[in-house]
Design a protein around this ligand. Structure first.
Ligand SMILES: Cc1ncc(COP(=O)(O)O)c(C=O)c1O
Length: 362
C-alpha cells in the first residue's frame, strides 16, 4: 500500500497480476470445455483489458451499446455482439460503419415487436445483419418467453431481407440472487431450456448464455451443447461475486477503491472521501456498499454523494488522512464513474488507463 500513499483519492486501483490471472483462469475453463469466451466489456470499458482478453483467447467481445463497441475498435476486435434492442433508424450510419470494421458483427433481436423495429434499422443501414435471438431464462427482462414466440420470430427472420438468425443468447442476471447450492442445478436447467428451444428451431445454431456467476458452471457442464459464454465482471470481481454468490475468492479480486478517512464525527463512525459518486448506490443484500480489502472489520454502510459512512469494529482505530482500500459491492457502475484507473504491479504503480467507454450509453 506504500506506493499508493501519495495518490489523490478516491482512486480506482487495478492489480495487473490478479487481472491477468482472472482473465486466464476463465479462458482456461472455457478452452478446456470447448466453449468460446466472449466477455462483456460493460464492466471494464477499457481497451487495455479488451486487448488482454482477446490475446488470452477470447473469440470476440460483447457490448451493450454502439458507443461501447466504437470505443473498443482500437482493441482490434474482429467479432462483436451488441446485446441490446436497437430500434432507432438514426443509428443506422453508426451500425454500417461498425459493420465495415468488424467482419463478424452481431446484434440482438429481443422480441417479435423488436424484430420489426430492428428490420427498419438494418434496412436504413443497407445491411443484412446477423442477429442473436434473446431468450428469457428467468430474469424477466429482454427475450422471448416461450417456444411458440421463438418460432414465430425465427420464421419472420427467415423471410427477412435485412436480418439473419445466427444464434440464441440469454442473460441470467437472476443468478445473482440464487442460493449457492442451487447454482449447479439452475445452470443445468438453463442449458436444458435454451438448448431445447434451439434444437427445435435449428440445432446447428449456437447458444450463448453465461454471466459471471454462471459462466464457469455452464462451460463445465456444456457437454458440447453451449457454444459461448459472455461474463462481464469476472476479471475484476466485487462483493457480488465473492460474498453474495461465492463464485470468486476475495483474494482474487483485482480492483479496489482507495479512499481517505476525512473525519470521525462520533464513536464507531468514520467518514471517507468516497460516496455515491465513486461507489454508485448498489449494495449487497446486507446493505453494504463496500468492504475493506485488507480484512479489517470496516464496511461502507451508507453513502452520500461525496461521503462514505464507515462502520465496524476497526472504525475507531482509523486515523484522519489514512488511506483505506475497499472492495465495492458492484464493480460495473464504479468503473463507469471514473475517467481513469491506476494500474499496479504489486506495490508499484505502473500505468494509468483511460476508461474510454465511460458514459458510452448511446
Ligand atoms: C446481455 C448481458 N450479457 C452479459 C452480461 C454480463 O454479466 P456479468 O457482469 O454478470 O458477468 C450482462 C450484464 O448485465 C448483460 O446484460
Amino acid at each position: 500500500m506504500t506506493a499508493f500513499a501519495s495518490l489523490p483519492t478516491p482512486a480506482i486501483l487495478i492489480d495487473r497480476g490478479k487481472l491477468e490471472a482472472n482473465i486466464g483462469a476463465m479462458q482456461e475453463v472455457c478452452t478446456a470445455h470447448g466453449v468460446e469466451l466472449r466477455p462483456h466489456i460493460k464492466t471494464h470499458k477499457l481497451v487495455e483489458v479488451a486487448r488482454r482478453q482477446l490475446a488470452a483467447g477470447a473469440a470476440g467481445l460483447t457490448c451493450a451499446k454502439l458507443g461501447e463497441a466504437e470505443a473498443m475498435l482500437p482493441s482490434g476486435v474482429r467479432s462483436l455482439f451488441v446485446a441490446h434492442s436497437l430500434v432507432d433508424p438514426a443509428q443506422a450510419p453508426r451500425l454500417a460503419a461498425l459493420a465495415e470494421q468488424i467482419p463478424d458483427l452481431r446484434v440482438a433481436v429481443t422480441s417479435e415487436l423488436h424484430a420489426a423495429a430492428l428490420e427498419k434499422v438494418a434496412a436504413a443501414a443497407g445491411l443484412k445483419l446477423a442477429v442473436m435471438l434473446a431468450v428469457d431464462t428467468g430474469l424477466g427482462r429482454e427475450g422471448v418467453r416461450d417456444l411458440a414466440t421463438a418460432q414465430r420470430v425465427a420464421a419472420r427472420l427467415a423471410r427477412s431481407a435485412h436480418l439473419e438468425l445466427r444464434g440464441f443468447y440469454t442473460h441470467e442476471g437472476h443468478f445473482y440472487g440464487i442460493p449457492r447450492e442451487q447454482q449447479v442445478p439452475m445452470a443445468r436447467a438453463l442449458i436444458d431450456r435454451i438448448c431445447a428451444l434451439r434444437d427445435v428451431i435449428d440445432p446447428a445454431l449456437p447458444v450463448w448464455p453465461g454471466c459471471s456467476v454462471s459462466a464457469r458452471l455452464i462451460a463445465e457442464q456444456s457437454a458440447g451443447r453451449v457454444q459461448a459464454v459472455r461474463p462481464g465482471a469476472y476479471m475484476f470481481g466485487d462483493l457480488y461475486l465473492t460474498e453474495v454468490t461465492g463464485v470468486m475468492r476475495p483474494e482474487d479480486v483485482a480492483v479496489q477503491v482507495l479512499a481517505t478517512v476525512v473525519d470521525k464525527p462520533e464513536s464507531g463512525l468514520a467518514l471517507i472521501d468516497a460516496g455515491s459518486k465513486t461507489f454508485a448506490s448498489d449494495r449487497t443484500a446486507d446493505n453494504i456498499h463496500a468492504r475493506a480489502a485488507d480484512g479489517r472489520d470496516l464496511a461502507v454502510v451508507r453513502v452520500n454523494e461525496e461521503h462514505g459512512y464507515v462502520r465496524g469494529s476497526a472504525a475507531d482505530s482509523l486515523q484522519l488522512g489514512e488511506r483505506v482500500a475497499f472492495i465495492p459491492a458492484h464493480i460495473c457502475p464504479v468503473i463507469n464513474l471514473t475517467d481513469e484507473v491506476t494500474v499496479s504491479n504489486g506495490d508499484r504503480i505502473i500505468a494509468t488507463w483511460r476508461v474510454v467507454a465511460r458514459g458510452k450509453t448511446r
